[in-house]
Design a protein. Structure first.
Ligand SMILES: Nc1ncnc2c1ncn2[C@@H]1O[C@H](COP(=O)(O)OP(=O)(O)OP(=O)(O)O)[C@@H](O)[C@H]1O
Length: 274
């Protein structure tokens, strides 16, 4: 393997800047933001509310044009939707008039393609939805709908999975189950995953590294390695190491907010570090 192949990240964000046109003028969401994600790595992005996490993730997907800077997948420019990149959102976005199988088939129908049925069945089994293909979304719990959304995203066999607060709407127990499920799936087939979360516990449980963003206009201010072996048990969450890491990151986020709010009259948003 050449040196270039060894050091080339799977996904690279280089000096990304994105500004939105709003009625009150241009709003700079992220500014000179860079992040490299290695192949097979799970990286979480955390930061104060409104710092530009979603903007950064959508830019990585190719669905948002950057104002300047670039996103590279395996060294190639990402400048539009890319089948190598799957996405999961906080809302499962299942079509209510289609059953689960039909929802999973839907994007393939649009592309005039057919899913690999054996792969989809395997995924459904792994997320505990085997036999639920005929169920309508209203017959599925929130957790089951999110699992279906995960299957839909993975049915394309993407090499990168981008997840925007995917389990934020679920109760704490279901969320823990989902985190364990994601780790199990990842250990069987290690896709590169970038995850936005407001939960530092979730970030620590799932990630190899955690990128902390500064307040808007956001950039990656620090990166923390998460040193725990896999598979991770929920018991590690009660250890001093996790407690200390949580506090370090929380201080970075809240400290950033405090220094920012000390300079402005904005009210702090408490969502950032649960
Ligand atoms: N389409 C848009 N048009 C105008 N402004 C936008 C748009 N999308 C996001 N913004 C603004 O850009 C900034 C960053 O938003 P973004 O959603 O990326 O932050 P975030 O860190 O993901 O927020 P949160 O943690 O609250 O979900 C915010 O001030 C937001 O209001």
């Amino acid at each position: 393997m050449s040196d270039a192949a060894i050091i080339q990240p799977k996904l690279g964000v280089r000096n990304a800047t994105k500004s939105y046109s709003t009625r009150s003028g241009d709003l700079l969401a992220i500014d000179d933001c860079s992040l490299d994600v290695k192949a097979g790595e799970i990286v979480s992005i955390v930061g104060p509310s409104g710092c530009g996490k979603t903007t950064l993730l959508w830019s990585m997907s190719g669905l948002h044009q950057l104002s300047s800077g670039e996103v590279l997948l395996d060294g190639k420019l990402v400048d539009g939707p890319n089948p190598e990149i799957g996405m999961v959102f906080q809302d499962a976005n299942l079509l209510p008039w289609r059953n689960l199988d039909q929802n999973i088939n839907f994007p393939f129908e649009i592309m005039g393609a057919k899913p690999d049925r054996a792969w989809v069945d395997d995924l459904l089994g792994r997320v505990g939805l085997a036999g639920f293909g005929g169920r309508m979304p209203r017959e599925l719990s929130g957790g089951m709908q999110q699992r279906a959304a995960l299957v839909r995203a993975l049915s394309f066999k993407p090499s990168v999975l981008l997840m925007d607060e995917p389990f934020g709407a679920l109760d704490a127990f279901t969320r823990e189950e989902m985190n364990q499920m994601v780790e199990e799936i990842w250990m069987d087939s290690p896709t590169t995953i970038v995850l936005i979360t407001h939960s530092l516990e979730e970030a620590i449980f799932l990630s190899d590294r955690i990128a902390v963003m500064s307040p808007r206009p956001g950039k990656v201010a620090s990166i923390h390695e998460v040193p725990f072996a896999r598979p991770r048990s929920l018991e590690i969450m009660a250890t001093k190491e996790v407690f200390d890491l949580t506090n370090i990151i929380k201080k970075e986020i809240v400290g950033d907010q405090q220094s920012r709010y000390a300079r402005s009259s904005d009210a702090p948003v408490a969502q950032a570090a649960r």
